[in-house]
Design a protein around this ligand. Sequence first.
Ligand SMILES: O=C(O)C(=O)C[C@]1(C(=O)O)C=C[C@@H](O)C=C1
Length: 94
Amino acid sequence: MILMTELDQARQEINRINQQLVKLLEQRFTAVTKVNNYKVAHQLPILDQQREQAILNKVTAETSDPAKAPFIAAIFKDIMKQSRQYEQALRKED
Ligand SMILES: O=C(O)C(=O)C[C@]1(C(=O)O)C=C[C@@H](O)C=C1
């Protein structure tokens, strides 16, 4: 059998994590669709700055390694930016 290097093993681990992230992100976008439906029905804007700040605070508090916290927070900022664009796209559909 071909020897699996540490690099291959670490990349396999990343592939498995990516698979999980894709599933979770799809679930998150499905939840965002529900939030968007509610907000459209109640004529609420896409952006909720307070909610975004609350999420960033919670995510930062839940990160156990402080060295990783700012990078994880940056990812969540981008996730929410993409969610807003997704909501925009949904609103343009109908
Ligand atoms: O909770 C909402 O109101 C959403 O639209 C979802 C979400 C998010 O991705 O978590 C996206 C946009 C808002 O600015 C706040 C949060």
